[in-house]
Design a protein around this ligand. Structure first.
Ligand code: XBP
Ligand code: MG
Length: 273
């Protein structure tokens, strides 16, 4: 049976709950900069999130809500310019530490580092957004800056198709030079689940985030409401093909730790044979 060699993390919603108070706020700031009266409310942004990629999301908004909008320049240039402004706002917020990592993320990353498990990222957002988020996280003195814990950061437009296409997870696996069977993936959304499964990553943990608690994650091995932290209430095990054998392990640990991820990986490998 293949052993666990790497964990591949999604970013937005998984490493940090960035969508509502980060990306959405940055989009609205960019619209204001451009003199547009567009305002993406929390509910509207939740609908628009079914489209991954900020540039793609702007286009989807125009197509659905402002079909007669006449951009002041060719649409491609207009969308690129808006998205550039948005990324400037977002990276400034993240570098200032506006949004931290979700509970348990740094603990799990550190466990993996200490155990020699390789770490990677597979995300739809831009590399600069990832760097900005990670740059604000304080890590124990004996460790390098958090960005350097990840051997691979597969991010943004480097692949032809964004999630739910499998491309970005395929790229992360290729750069790790590992088969999917040697990895666990961690995601927060149905788009991300479909992307990871499409890349053959069946050892898949889902940590529901503020926008995805109502989504269905068919095919995920384990769905929890968060990674938890010892001393905090235990994570709720919500669903998953391996939920039965893993619930006791989560409750015993009081969190999702590396031992739970190893058990998840083993559960999936024994199921696929
Ligand atoms: C989430 C996304 C991204 C962000 C916005 O990515 O779909 O598009 O919402 O970031 P993931 P950009 O969950 O895969 O980390 O504006 O840079 O696209
Ligand atoms: Mg996500």
């Amino acid at each position: 049976m293949p052993k666990l060699e790497a964990i591949i993390f999604d970013v937005d919603g998984t490493l940090a709950d960035t969508e509502r108070d980060g990306h959405r706020v940055a989009f609205n700031a960019a619209f204001a900069d451009a003199g547009l009266d567009w305002e993406w409310s929390v509910p509207l942004y939740g609908e628009l999130l079914r489209v991954t990629g900020g540039k793609e999301r702007i286009r989807a908004y125009l197509a659905e809500h402002l079909p007669d909008f006449a951009p002041p320049e060719p649409l491609d240039d207009f969308v690129l310019g808006l998205h550039k402004r948005k990324t400037a706002h977002y990276t400034q917020m993240m570098r200032a530490g506006a949004i931290g990592l979700r509970p348990g993320v740094l603990r799990l990353l550190r466990e993996a580092m200490d155990a020699g498990i390789r770490l990677a990222i597979a995300t739809t957002t831009t590399p600069e957004n990832v760097a900005a988020l990670l740059s604000a996280v304080r890590v124990p003195g004996q460790y390098p800056a958090l960005e350097h814990w990840f051997e691979v950061i597969a991010a943004g437009d480097v692949v032809p198709a964004k999630k739910p296409a499998p491309d970005i997870f395929d790229l992360a696996l290729a750069e790790l030079d590992l088969p999917a069977s040697a990895c666990v993936a961690v995601e927060d959304s149905d788009n991300g689940v479909r992307s990871a499964l499409g890349a053959g990553l069946h050892a898949l943990l889902v940590t529901q985030s503020s926008y995805t608690a109502e989504q269905h994650f068919d095919g995920a091995a384990l769905v929890v409401d968060g990674l938890g932290e010892p001393g905090l209430p235990s994570p709720q095990v919500v669903a998953g093909g391996c939920a039965d054998p893993l619930t006791a392990a989560v409750q015993r640990a009081g969190c999702v730790d590396l031992a739970v991820l190893r058990a998840l990986h083993g559960c999936v490998q024994s199921a696929v044979g």
